[in-house]
Design a protein around this ligand. Structure first.
Ligand code: ADP
Ligand code: ADP
Ligand code: MG
Length: 472
C-alpha cells in the first residue's frame, strides 16, 4: 500500500484516484485556492492544500510539490496528462528524492519529449518518419533551403510543442519567411524553447496512434490503435478505436502496432505511452511523436480491450505484474467512440468560460462519462476547456455511433456554452458515419455551419447572455 499524490486536477485526477483506490493505495488529492471544491477531491482518500491559484504557482510548481511530498510522506506521484507529466526534470527530481514517478523512466521521457530528438530515435530504430529536418533548424535561410528541397506544403513545428500548439503550415518560400520567426517567438513564450523543425505537410492525413503498455522487466505490449483525425486547431475532439480507415486491413494494423512496439523497445520504454503516426491516403504511415504519459483518449482503448490502462500503469511503476501475460491475451472486442465535451462555443469552437448551473445525464446502456462537473464549477481561462469525455461502446461501429448520438441528447449542461451541439452534427453527418474522414474534416465539411440551435439551447444562450449583461 503506497501513498500516492495526484499532481493534477479535472477528470484525469478522478480517473487516477479511482484506479489507486481500487488497487488499495492511498490516493492523495490536491486542492488549490481557486478550486477548493474540485470534483476530484471526493474520490481521494486524503487532500492536501497547494497554495496559489495560477498553474505556475500550483500544478507546475516543482519546489512546492516537493514540499508537499516530504510533509505528507508521499511514496509516489501520478502526474496525469499536461502539467508535469512529460517533464524529465520533475521525474529526475522525484527519483533523487526516492519517490516513484508513475510514468516511464527519465531517459525515455528525454528521448521522446523533444520532437526533433524523438525523430532521430525513430530513424535509428528503423521507424519511418515524416520527411523533413532530422533536428532543429536554426535559421530561416536553412529552413528555406530545406523546404525547397522537400517541396511544399511544409509544416513549421515547435520541437517542444503540444496540445496542437506551435505549428504553422507554409505553402511557399514567402510563407516560410513570414512565419519562421513568429513560430519561434510563440514557441519560446508557450514552451520556453524556441527550437523549430520542418516537416512535409502530409496531405489528406489520418492521425492514427498506438497505445503501448510496458513493464519494468523489458516487456512491451501494444493495445492496438485509435483514430483521432477529427480535430480542430490540430487538437483532437472525437476519437475512435479501432480505426475505420485501417478497417479490416489486419496486415496494416499489425504493421503499425509492431512498429510502435519497436520504437518503445528502442528507447527502453516502461510505462503506458502512445506512439502517434500520420497516415496518408496511400496508407503509408510516418512517426509523428510519442506521448510519454496517459492520454486523454485512453478510455476507448480500455473499452475495446477490457484492460484498465491507468491501473496497469500504476502496477508497472511499482514493479508489480500486469493484468495479462502475453500479447495474445489482448484482443479487440467491439468499437468505442469518445467525444471531448468542452466549454466552447459550438460554432466558433473557441473557449467560452462560464459557470455550471447544473447538469443532467440520461444515458443508454454502454456509456461511460469521465468528467469533473459539479454545480457552480467555474471554468475560467486558467482551466482547460475540456470538462468531460463521453465514451460509447458497442459491438459494432454503427451501434457505438447510435449510442453516442443518444447519449449526446441525454447530456444537458446548464449555465455555459458547450460544444455538444457541434458534436451531434459531426456524429450524425455522412462522412463521419461512413468512416471517410481525414484531419481536414472540419475545414472541408464545415459541420459548425450545420449547428442548429434548438429551443433549449436558445434558452440557455439567452441565460448566458443575460448573465454576461449582468456582469457588465
Ligand atoms: P492527448 O495527446 O492526450 O490527446 P492533448 O494534446 O489534448 O492530449 O493534451 C492533453 C492536455 O495536455 C491538454 O490539456 C493540453 O493542453 C496539455 N498539453 C499537452 N502537451 C502540452 C505541452 N507541451 N505543454 C502544455 N500543455 C500541454
Ligand atoms: P502535438 O504535440 O501538438 O500533439 P503533433 O505533432 O502530434 O503535435 O501534431 C498534432 C496534429 O497536427 C496531428 O494530429 C495532425 O493533425 C497535425 N500534423 C502534425 N504534423 C503533421 C504533418 N507533418 N502533416 C500533416 N499534419 C500534421
Ligand atoms: Mg500529438
Amino acid at each position: 500500500m503506497k501513498r500516492v499524490l495526484i499532481a493534477n486536477r479535472g477528470e484525469i485526477a478522478i480517473r487516477v484516484a479511482k484506479a489507486l483506490n481500487e488497487l488499495g493505495h492511498v490516493s492523495v488529492g490536491i486542492w488549490t485556492d481557486n478550486e477548493p471544491e474540485a470534483a476530484h477531491l471526493e474520490y481521494c482518500k486524503e487532500w492536501v492544500h497547494l497554495q496559489g491559484s495560477s498553474n505556475r504557482e500550483t500544478y507546475l510548481n516543482v519546489p512546492k510539490i516537493l514540499e508537499l511530498i516530504k510533509k505528507y510522506k508521499i511514496d509516489a506521484v501520478h502526474p496525469g496528462y499536461g502539467f508535469l507529466s512529460e517533464n524529465a526534470e520533475f521525474s529526475r527530481t522525484l527519483e533523487k528524492n526516492g519517490v516513484t514517478f508513475i510514468g516511464p523512466n527519465t531517459k525515455a521521457i528525454e528521448a521522446m519529449g523533444d520532437k526533433a530528438i524523438s525523430k532521430q530515435w525513430a530513424e535509428k530504430a528503423g521507424v519511418p518518419v515524416v520527411p523533413g529536418s532530422t533536428g532543429e533548424v536554426p535559421t530561416v535561410a536553412e529552413a528555406i533551403k530545406l523546404c525547397n528541397s522537400i517541396g511544399y506544403p511544409v509544416l513549421l513545428k515547435a520541437v517542444a510543442g503540444g496540445g496542437g500548439k506551435g505549428m504553422r503550415p507554409c505553402y511557399s518560400e514567402a510563407d516560410v519567411k513570414i512565419n519562421f520567426e513568429a513560430v519561434q517567438r510563440e514557441a519560446l513564450s508557450s514552451f520556453g524553447n524556441a527550437g523549430l523543425l520542418v516537416e512535409k505537410y502530409v496531405q489528406n492525413p489520418h492521425h492514427i496512434e498506438v497505445q503501448i503498455l510496458a513493464d519494468k522487466k523489458g516487456n512491451v505490449y501494444h493495445l492496438f490503435e485509435r483514430e483521432c483525425s477529427i480535430q480542430r486547431r490540430h487538437q483532437k475532439i472525437i476519437e475512435e478505436a479501432p480505426s475505420p480507415f485501417i478497417g479490416n486491413d489486419e496486415a496494416l494494423r499489425k504493421n503499425i502496432c509492431e512498429t510502435a512496439v519497436k520504437l518503445a523497445q528502442a528507447v527502453g520504454y516502461d510505462s503506458a505511452g502512445t506512439v502517434e503516426f500520420i497516415m496518408g491516403d496511400d496508407r503509408k504511415f510516418y512517426f509523428l511523436e510519442m506521448n510519454t504519459r496517459i492520454q486523454v483518449e485512453h478510455p476507448i482503448t480500455e473499452e475495446i480491450t477490457g484492460v484498465d490502462l491507468v491501473a496497469n500503469m500504476i502496477k508497472s511503476a511499482f514493479g508489480d505484474a500486469l493484468d495479462f501475460k502475453s500479447q495474445s491475451d489482448i484482443t479487440i472486442k467491439g468499437h468505442a467512440i469518445e467525444c471531448r465535451i468542452c466549454a466552447e462555443d459550438p460554432i466558433s469552437m473557441l473557449p467560452a468560460p462560464g459557470k455550471i448551473a447544473g447538469f443532467e445525464t440520461t444515458f443508454p446502456q454502454g456509456i461511460r462519462f469521465d468528467h469533473c462537473l459539479y454545480q457552480n464549477f467555474e471554468i475560467t481561462a486558467d482551466f482547460d476547456p475540456m470538462i468531460g469525455k463521453l465514451i460509447a461502446r458497442g459491438l459494432t461501429r454503427e451501434v457505438a455511433i447510435r449510442k453516442t448520438l443518444n447519449a449526446l441528447d441525454g447530456l444537458l449542461i446548464d449555465g455555459l456554452k458547450t460544444n455538444i451541439p457541434l458534436l451531434k452534427v459531426i456524429v450524425a453527418e455522412e462522412a463521419f458515419r461512413g468512416g471517410h474522414y481525414t484531419t481536414h474534416y472540419i475545414a472541408s465539411v464545415k459541420p459548425q455551419e450545420k449547428v442548429s440551435v434548438t429551443e433549449s439551447e436558445v434558452k440557455l444562450m439567452e441565460k448566458v447572455a443575460s448573465m454576461e449583461m449582468g456582469a457588465l
